[in-house]
Design a protein around this ligand. Structure first.
Ligand code: IPE
Ligand code: IPE
Ligand code: MG
Length: 226
């Protein structure tokens, strides 16, 4: 699917785990667990649809404001997710990429993540996961690095973004009906198409990603031209 009406790079703000759990009178942790299953489905769907890169917002730099219990549930989920999915990623030739300051996580998670980065480095498609990620922090960091090398220009900043080696962002999806970016990929969204879907993240499946790509195909992108 190499034609330009099909997205190469899709990013998703995976939102609504808490509301999904609340609707079922379940603890939020179960919403996050179900969200983990949706991640598996989305990665599989991205492969089936032929995306080059899927970027998922998993933990924002502002999510540290949540209660300690919830943060700890999310960290445990991350540990289990890597253990359960690493082999499959290697076999499916999915390269893991992390955007964000993941080194602030617990040392065992950093170690697991770095092991996964190394073992999937030969992959052909990319799963980029945003961990302790904030776009403003990313841009400030890139500007600082650019300044150390010389002039600050859009190009010199771009070169230092976490996403520098990824295809341009084509489509940004947010689930759960919220219509905001919550500090995600602010720079990269300059000309991305956006789609806000009402589905709660744990209910997200192949059909939603397919529908989003079909919607993308109908959009007319102009990049400022006519
Ligand atoms: C998204 O679901 C998961 C993370 C932000 C880690 P939420 O936990 O934000 O779910 P809601 O927004 O409360 O429904
Ligand atoms: C954005 O969702 C972060 C992730 C999906 C990881 P939030 O639920 O944290 O965003 P706000 O607080 O509703 O803006
Ligand atoms: Mg939320």
């Amino acid at each position: 699917m190499a034609d330009s009406s099909f997205p190469r790079h899709v990013a998703i703000i995976m939102d609504g785990n808490g509301r999904w759990a609340k609707k079922r009178a379940m603890p939020r942790a179960l919403g996050h667990k179900a969200g983990g299953e949706a991640v598996r489905r989305a990665v599989q769907a991205a492969e089936d649809l032929g995306l080059e890169c899927l970027t998922l917002y998993a933990f924002s730099s502002e999510n540290w404001k949540r209660e300690e219990d919830e943060i700890s549930d999310l960290m445990n989920l991350m540990r289990r997710f890597i253990e359960a999915n690493l082999q499959d990623m290697i076999e499916r030739k999915v390269r893991l990429k992390i955007i964000g300051d993941y080194k602030a996580f617990a040392p065992d998670i950093v170690e697991k993540l770095e092991g996964a980065l190394e073992r999937t480095s030969g992959g052909e498609r990319t799963l980029a996961v945003a961990l302790n990620y904030g776009a403003q922090q990313e841009i400030a960091r890139a500007a600082r690095l650019a300044a150390e090398e010389g002039a600050i220009t859009p190009e010199s900043i771009e070169k230092h973004l976490y996403t520098a080696d990824l295809p341009p962002l084509d489509l940004l999806i947010r689930t759960s009906g919220e219509v905001r970016l919550s500090n995600f990929l602010l720079w990269q969204s300059a000309y991305a198409e956006m789609l806000f879907m009402d589905v709660l993240w744990p209910d997200f499946g192949e059909e939603h990603l397919r529908a989003a790509c079909e919607e993308f195909a109908k959009r007319e992108r102009r990049f400022g031209g006519r």
